[in-house]
Design a protein around this ligand. Structure first.
Ligand code: NAD
Ligand code: TYD
Length: 339
């Protein structure tokens, strides 16, 4: 298998590349990444050192038709897993434009180049956020109407619709996965869990939006990667698969868990201005992926959080490296406005 992974220098893409190398040492892995603020080639240093010719990094944009086409044809790519995206909801509220460019136009370019180059399968990695928000009960099913509320989720929904259209119109082999909130090693420290870890460790206030009652379903990143791998190997062309961690948590309880694991006091918690359009609750029904793919999350939230906090404690150099000037500019401005 010659597999093109896009966005492999990001959080989930990097974990996925390590997992594919472990599970399929005979595969050739090509990673196309633009290296935005969220992309860190340092996350893949160990893979690069160990894999030799079985791994190749290409620095570039998924929107670049000529580049994507040349990768697909020259390397004889069999399948693509598209992780590349702008992925942070708060940044999408700050400036939606790059989300439309990468998440919609970039995804469409990947589908189109793949169709023309006759690539066997495209797995498009999407999110539960395309479904919008739930009340106190119920779950998202694959049949739940798409109803995105943030510029991020709207852009991901646009790509999902393109994936569907390419399958229906051209008969292209496309599989869409929609997963809940990931956590684990290599996550950029602007998302809830690594952000709260860095703040707690530094003894700084932890900014909780609104009343902290918003609920997310949390999945350990290795379980998400397994779901994507199963979709690649066993998914039905044209299918959409929900993936989840069966771990619904209120934000305030996630934050308390991090304080406990870092030995810090709850007096560090600060309730700050809510995120505009903040989705109240996400919950996933992934019976279809269980039935058709044999997917099941294997790591509990308690176990995954212990592993995640231990990883960040052991990898302070990685954290220092990703907290560049560009990272600090956005973070300073965003949280000053909410205090
Ligand atoms: P991330 O922000 O950590 O990484 C995104 C990667 O994509 C970065 O390496 C970045 O450099 C690269 N990239 C951005 N624009 C690009 C472009 N135009 N061309 C090439 N590369 C580009 O994101 P993540 O958390 O790893 O998420 C990966 C995918 O999974 C995204 O599609 C996201 O929507 C989806 N997803 C994420 C979560 C989550 O909880 N993080 C949950 C469900 C689905
Ligand atoms: P986030 O990690 O940004 O993921 P998403 O918005 O894609 O679910 O946020 C997870 C939850 O944590 C979400 O309900 C918003 C909340 N949150 C805070 O309360 N404070 C923060 O500083 C951040 C970044 C998020």
């Amino acid at each position: 298998m010659r597999l093109l992974v896009t966005g492999g220098c990001g959080f989930i893409g990097a974990n996925f590349l390590y997992a594919m190398r472990r599970n399929h040492p005979d595969w050739r892995l090509i990673n196309l990444d633009k290296l935005t603020y969220a992309g860190n080639p340092g996350s893949l240093r160990a893979l690069e050192a160990e894999a030799g010719d079985a791994y190749e990094f290409v620095h570039g944009d998924i929107c670049d038709k000529d580049l994507v086409t040349s990768i697909l044809t020259e390397r004889g790519v069999d399948a693509i897993v598209n992780f590349a995206a702008e992925s942070h909801v708060d940044r999408s509220i700050d400036d939606p434009a790059p989300f439309v460019t990468t998440n919609v136009l970039g995804a469409q370019n990947i589908l189109d180049c793949a169709r023309r180059a006759k690539v066997g399968r495209v797995v498009h990695v999407s999110t539960d956020e395309v479904y919008g928000s739930l009340g106190a009960s119920g779950q998202f099913h694959e049949t739940t109407p798409i109803s995105p509320n943030s510029p991020y989720s709207a852009s991901k929904a646009g790509a999902d619709m393109m994936a569907r259209a390419y399958h229906e119109t051209y008969g292209q082999d496309v599989v869409v996965t929609r997963c809940s909130n990931n956590y684990g090693p290599y996550q950029f420290p602007e998302k809830l869990i690594p952000l709260m870890f860095t703040k707690a460790t530094a003894g700084e206030p932890l900014p909780v939006y609104g009343d902290g009652e918003n609920v997310r379903d949390w999945i350990f990143v290795e379980d998400h990667c397994r779901g994507v791998e199963l979709a690649l190997l066993k998914g039905h062309a044209g299918a959409v698969y929900n993936l989840g961690g069966a771990s619904e948590m209120r934000n305030i309880d996630v934050v308390r868990t991090i304080l406990r694991l870092t030995g810090q006091d709850e007096s560090l918690i600060r309730f700050v201005a809510d995120r505009p359009g903040h989705d109240k609750r996400y919950a996933m029904n992934f019976d279809l992926a269980a039935r058709e793919l044999g997917f099941a999350p294997s790591v509990t939230f308690a176990e995954g959080m212990k592993r995640t906090v231990a990883w960040y404690q052991d990898n302070t150099a990685w954290l220092d490296e990703v907290r560049s000037g560009a990272y600090r500019n956005f973070m300073d401005r965003w949280y000053k406005e909410r205090a």
